[in-house]
Design a protein around this ligand. Structure first.
Ligand code: SF4
Length: 340
């Protein structure tokens, strides 16, 4: 598919989400914009607290006080989700836009059997075009369980009778129950051991391929991201610093923060000291003027303290917000470190 022929399914524009504290607002998500295309898997990465999960909750309009969506747009089928009333939103969640939550342990109801919980999602969120009558419910739930690789007996089980990986797969079955167009998987493999992590990741990929849905995967595991996503969105302190195809993100990351992130992934072939990001993040209630990464950037320049860098496409498939890349008269970009 050429870049021009890609169809956007979800567009986030200048989204800002703040949390109120007695000492001022924490800028958890501070003006992020990106597009998710039809059939694409987008990986949202960055250190803990960078705003990845808050952004996901914002897209789904599940932010609760003291958090609030300050401004922005979340467009799906040309409709701004932030302007919808709660009833319409409820119908869109699960049927158009579904979540595989972080930590299945906390999201499944321990007092309800698996089939009752999936049934609940179907009944509460089915729409005129996606309706199941009573007689169709059991076969549909069994089909969903088999789709995610779970045996029939899980239908009647309680969450405590399942392993962590099985619970996570029940959450995936719930997320796809009404065949949504977009799935957001929020750190859905992070609390699992590596073998189970692979099984859950493969389940997500298979379900995605079978249904042709688009997916946003949020996580820390760069190895898993490399195998699963088409493009990577790198977030730092509530802002997007780079968006790149997975090839660019791993072979030639452009932003100094992305470079450290990739260099911190251990490899067997090359034993090298793992890089860490020196310094500490700024006070999130008081972001610095200019570049958001300036306090930790080894390449910081005077201009970085004066002017916030805009995100620009420095080569096809790679956008970065950093003053290190200067546009040349022929339109290409040059890394100023190359001549230093
Ligand atoms: Fe570093 Fe400046 Fe680039 Fe920010 S704009 S990442 S401080 S070089």
């Amino acid at each position: 598919m050429t870049r021009e022929s890609r169809t956007p399914v979800l567009e986030v524009r200048d989204l800002r989400i703040y949390y109120e504290t007695p000492k001022g607002d924490v800028h958890a998500v501070d003006g992020i914009s990106f597009v998710l295309y039809q059939g694409e898997t987008l990986g949202l990465v960055g250190e803990s607290g960078c705003g990845k999960s808050t952004a996901a909750m914002g897209i789904l309009q599940l932010i609760t006080p003291p958090g609030r969506i300050v401004s922005g747009q979340v467009l799906m089928d040309g409709v701004d989700l932030l302007k919808l009333d709660e009833r319409t939103l409820r119908q869109m969640r699960w049927s158009r836009l579904a979540l595989v939550p972080q930590g299945a342990m906390n999201s499944l109801n321990p007092t309800m059997r698996v089939h009752q919980q999936i049934e609940d999602v179907i009944r509460q969120h089915q729409t005129k075009t996606k309706t199941f009558d009573r007689s169709q419910l059991k076969p549909r739930i069994l089909e969903l369980l088999s789709w995610v690789g779970l045996p029939e007996r899980v239908y009647d089980m309680y969450p405590h009778e399942l392993s962590g990986g099985m619970k996570q797969r029940v959450c995936i079955a719930m997320a796809v129950a009404l065949h949504p167009g977009v799935i957001i998987a929020d750190e859905s493999t992070s609390a699992l051991d590596v073998v189970v992590q692979r099984v859950v990741a493969q389940t997500l990929l298979r379900v995605k391929a079978d249904l042709g849905v688009s997916m946003i995967m949020i996580g820390h595991d760069m190895g898993l991201m490399a195998q699963m996503v088409d493009r990577i969105v790198v977030m730092y302190a509530g802002r997007i610093v780079e968006i790149a195809t997975v090839e660019h993100a791993f072979r030639n990351p452009a932003h100094p923060y992305s470079q450290v992130l990739i260099d911190s992934v251990p490899t067997i072939s090359e034993r090298k000291p793992l890089k860490i990001t020196e310094g500490i993040t700024h006070d999130p209630r008081n972001p610095p003027h200019g570049c958001i990464f300036q306090l930790r950037c080894p390449f910081v320049m005077e201009r970085c303290r004066r002017e916030a860098p805009q995100r620009r496409e420095i080569r096809p498939g790679q956008e970065v917000a950093c003053h290190l890349y200067e546009q040349q008269p022929d339109g290409s970009y040059r890394d100023v470190r190359d001549t230093a």
